[in-house]
Write a protein that binds this ligand. Structure first.
Ligand SMILES: Nc1ncnc2c1ncn2[C@@H]1O[C@H](COP(=O)(O)OP(=O)(O)OP(=O)(O)O)[C@@H](O)[C@H]1O
Ligand SMILES: [Mg+2]
Length: 158
């Protein structure tokens, strides 16, 4: 339950319980607090918002679509490129399916939000059953964040 430095890797992990009405909110704030501590500079509002959205959507999906299939574990870690990786493991073999959300649809937007807010997202089946859905968010100062800065802003800030 605590931040644990492993060589130069920072990682934090916790379990989420089905029926815990605070699970999503707690995961959101925990991820945000860890990322704030790990990042070498203050988190911009938009990055903080991305972290909130991505953690909310992935944890909600695990609870809603795989909640009956076994334990759910959330792991966050600072990647070698200094981005934030969010991994949510659940017990269901069913894959997450990114679809084109319709304006009048009532569901199917969560993964579209995750895709829009992250450098990349993916999922993999686990050998012992279940799967892990993961997403990587660019943190300020990382090489990815610098590359993602629009050329117009680079000209202004360099
Ligand atoms: N962890 C998961 N386990 C099993 N299926 C999943 C999981 N996450 C997503 N899915 C599948 O992928 C679909 C798309 O997920 P997405 O988050 O985009 O939409 P949603 O959860 O149905 O609705 P919304 O997120 O807009 O409330 C889901 O309807 C579900 O079929
Ligand atoms: Mg969803």
């Amino acid at each position: 339950m605590s931040a644990r430095p492993v060589w130069d890797i920072l990682e934090e992990s916790w379990t989420v319980t089905v029926g815990d009405v605070e699970a999503v909110a707690l995961s959101r704030s925990r991820a945000l607090a860890a990322a704030s501590g790990w990042c070498s500079q203050p988190l911009p509002i938009l990055v903080a918002q991305s972290i909130r959205l991505v953690v909310s959507e992935l944890v909600t999906n695990a609870l809603r679509h795989a909640g009956e299939a076994g334990p759910i574990t959330v792991t966050i870690w600072l990647t070698p490129h200094k981005n934030l990786a969010v991994l949510v493991k659940d017990g269901s073999p069913e894959p997450p399916i990114l679809s084109q959300p319709y304006d009048d649809g009532t569901a199917g937007r969560g993964l579209a939000v995750v895709a829009a807010e992250t450098i990349s997202w993916s999922w993999r089946a686990e050998n012992r059953g279940g799967k892990t859905v993961s997403a990587t968010i660019a943190l300020p100062g990382s090489a990815t964040a610098r590359r993602a800065t629009p050329a117009s802003q680079q000209a202004l800030t360099s």
